[in-house]
Design a protein around this ligand. Structure first.
Ligand code: AMP
Ligand code: GLY
Length: 426
């Protein structure tokens, strides 16, 4: 089968690496890709926003499966255009991708399906928002409606901070001037993944990421500075509860609404004293969570993604994951999550991989044949080992071999799980 992968980040490098290992994969194409993805796929020039061009490429190259990595083309309806042309695609329709594209859509769906989540109000004007605020305690969570690349959420510790966030949203900085005001939930966060073809739900592993730029989870939010899998705090009992109380009702409700969801559901969960509750959904794999999931996945990825795309997931064996821990450390460019410094030289990837890690590339480019930084998050140094301490040691040992003066990383990725591993078992 010929496969087209869309995207250019570390998530897509991990997907490309895994797709290319499948005996079912004949030719793997990627657009726009990056120098790391080019090791596993043929890079092609294709604009994901030009649906007709993507369809024409698929027809000309007998593409049997399109895998859409990032959320923007999903929210933009690329999967709909491909399905309309009879091309199998892994990723939800525009209507179903609203689970990620609109916080208000997801909250309303949770209401209809009885899914445990934070109490909320959906507001459309600044005055409505300020009035609603008085009905919530502090801290309170303020979210811009619509895609905001992880930057539209404020967990406000004071009323003044909440009011400032509301003013910011209604100043139009996030495009649509709508917001969701939410009760602040307390607990530990985990990410849970499930594949679905709209009818069957297949749990696909757990992870925890580190969203803040600084050690000890301090400083501004980022797309994620590192992750590990599995998240053992999500026990198999809790995973069962999440599947039956959150994921399955979501899939059933979307099907009943006439907008079945096909692809991966990425649930951000809060493990509260009252049980797991949904924070948010994403309509794609997490980045860098995907890198650790792919590092643990022993099953054939093409089988699973094609089964979702072709609505035959029920006939597919559940995924096999290594019981080992995978951990990835993001190396980001100086300045990130603000304006990253670009163009800095990167060397030592082969040495890092010889030391036992795998280096997925995100914001990289070739400049006169030399690898340089070209984005905020640049490399994902990933290791697999029996425990989180061992995986941490392997990833950081590999980082020592990388010579990239413009890049920095957090030195404490996996700290929650490492502390649990160090604690004497009761
Ligand atoms: P989101 O973009 O919805 O994932 O939100 C970003 C982050 O804000 C989450 O990872 C949580 O840490 C935090 N957050 C969002 N909603 C809530 C909530 N209702 N209660 C507590 N924390 C939240
Ligand atoms: N790492 C979080 C995300 O992909 O949204």
């Amino acid at each position: 089968m010929n496969i087209l992968l869309l995207g250019s980040g570390g998530r897509e490098h991990a997907l490309a690496w895994k797709l290319a290992q499948s005996p079912r994969c004949d030719n793997l194409f990627a657009a726009p890709g990056n120098p790391g993805i080019a090791q596993a796929a043929d890079l092609v020039t294709l604009e994901a926003g030009d649906h007709a061009a993507v369809v024409a490429f698929c027809d000309a190259n007998r593409i049997g499966l399109v895998v859409i990595g990032p959320e923007a083309p999903l929210v933009d309806g690329l999967a709909d255009s491909l399905r309309a042309a009879g091309i199998a695609v892994f990723g939800p329709s525009r209507a179903a991708a609203q689970l990620e594209g609109s916080k208000a859509f997801t909250k309303a769906l949770c209401d209809r399906a009885g899914i445990p989540t934070a109490a909320y109000e959906h507001v459309r004007t600044e005055a409505e928002a300020l009035a609603a605020l008085t009905r919530f305690g502090i801290p309170v969570v303020i979210k811009a409606d619509g895609l905001a690349a992880g930057k539209g959420v404020t967990v406000a510790e004071t009323r003044a901070e909440a009011e400032a966030a509301i003013r910011d949203i209604f100043s139009g900085r996030f495009g649509g001037a709508e917001a969701v005001i939410e009760e602040c939930m307390v607990g530990e966060e985990v990410s849970f993944f499930a594949l679905t073809d709209g009818a069957t739900v297949m749990p696909f592993g757990s992870a925890q990421d580190h969203k803040r730029v600084g050690e000890g989870d301090t400083g501004p939010n980022t797309g994620g500075m590192g992750a590990y899998s599995p998240a053992r705090v999500l026990t198999s009992a809790l995973e069962g509860e999440v599947t039956t109380r959150i994921i399955a009702p979501t899939v059933r409700q979307l099907a009943a609404d006439g907008t079945p969801y096909s692809g991966v559901l990425f649930a951000g969960l809060m493990l509260t004293a009252e049980g797991p509750r949904l924070i948010e959904y994403n309509a794609r794999f997490g980045d860098p969570e995907c890198q650790v999931l792919m590092t643990r996945l022993d099953s054939d990825l093409v089988d699973l993604l094609a089964a979702c795309a072709e609505s035959r997931l029920a006939a597919c064996a559940p995924p096999r994951f290594s019981p080992e821990v995978a951990l990835t450390v993001v190396m980001a460019a100086a300045g990130y999550p603000g304006e990253p410094r670009k163009g800095g030289a990167i060397a030592g990837i082969a040495a890092a991989e010889a030391a036992g890690a795998r280096v997925f590339q995100a914001g990289t480019a070739l400049d006169g044949g030399k690898l340089v930084g070209a984005g905020g998050r640049v490399l994902n140094v990933t290791a697999r080992a029996a425990g989180v301490r061992a995986a941490q040691a392997a990833a950081y040992a590999a980082i020592e071999r990388i010579d990239a003066p413009d890049l920095f990383c957090r030195r404490d990725i996996g700290w929650r799980e490492a502390a649990r591993e160090d604690a004497p078992t009761p």
